[in-house]
Design a protein around this ligand. Structure first.
Ligand code: HPA
Length: 274
């Protein structure tokens, strides 16, 4: 069944339209443990997602549920502090709601940030990785239900995904800031459990570099709406079986916090270049 998102989220969009101080030019979804970035920008308006009719409630710690209109370097930003995950039991159209809101507010560029496990043996926890490709094989079936989109919209989404323009800007920012930026394929895993070593070994054999439980469907949906979408991962841990440490959400959010300043510098410089 196809759902008309503009109709389904009519009240929510009306609410945001009433509250918004401006239309954003750049949207950033802040992933697990990366939400503190919002405290480094000039906040103009913060809306709690609890106050938005129909917004799915967050069930994950480290995802506080705020939509923030802010400025940095004279650029108008929309930040999502917290995201909606498929593993929380939400439908695909709910998971892409932040992208839809950004699009409805006229925003054409979106940066999807996330915490991810490193599959590539050359990565270390604390590295940042720019996605040059996505593996969404685990979410393709759900994407076909993506609401309001025709098969052709979804097909054409892959023409520039991730956005080559936005990726170049992020790369330029990393060079300027002297930050090592790995580049690789981000592999979507449905979760909610972390992967098994056997699953990671399969991803490794198929050129997966990092694995996480978000982003790919958001990117595909954004691109199908003709938005430029890119992804930066914070490698918070080595994926299952690559190291002997037991994975936990606490480790993921702790490691993300450790790279806070590097992440902030990269994003700030990116904002100044867009
Ligand atoms: N697997 C999946 N998602 C993740 C991981 C991981 O190892 N680390 C952070 N998010």
């Amino acid at each position: 069944m196809k759902i008309d998102l503009s109709f389904k989220y009519k009240d929510l969009l009306e609410h945001i339209n009433k509250e918004k101080p401006f239309n954003p030019e750049f949207t950033i979804i802040l992933g697990s443990g990366l939400g503190d970035f919002a405290s480094t920008v000039d906040v103009k308006k913060s809306i709690s997602t609890e106050d938005l009719p129909g917004y799915p409630p967050s069930t994950v710690s480290g995802h506080s549920g705020k939509i923030i209109f802010a400025e940095a370097d004279s650029k108008k930003l929309l930040l999502f502090k917290g995201r909606i995950h498929f593993y929380e039991g939400y439908k695909i159209y709910e998971c892409v709601l932040p992208v839809f809101i950004a699009h409805k507010l006229g925003c054409s560029k979106i940066l999807l940030t996330n915490a991810a496990g490193g599959i590539n043996r050359n990565y270390s926890p604390g590295d940042l990785m720019l996605a040059y490709s996505f593996n969404g094989i685990d979410i393709k079936k759900e994407l076909t239900q993506l609401i309001g989109l025709t098969a052709n919209d979804v097909k054409s989404a892959f023409v520039n995904l991730p956005s080559s323009q936005l990726n170049s800007v992020i790369k330029k920012a990393s060079i300027k800031e002297n930050i090592l930026l790995q580049e690789g394929t981000y592999w979507f895993s449905k979760g909610p459990s972390y992967e098994t070593p056997a699953e990671i070994n399969m991803m490794y054999k198929f050129n997966g570099d990092a694995v996480g439980m978000s982003t790919v469907h958001e990117a595909i949906f954004a691109a199908s709406l003709k938005m430029e979408a890119s992804s930066v991962s914070c490698i918070t841990n080595l994926a299952a079986g690559i190291s002997n440490t037991k994975l936990s959400h606490a480790e993921v959010t702790e490691s993300a916090k450790m790279v806070k300043s590097k992440f902030e510098r990269l994003i700030k410089r990116t904002i100044s270049f867009i």
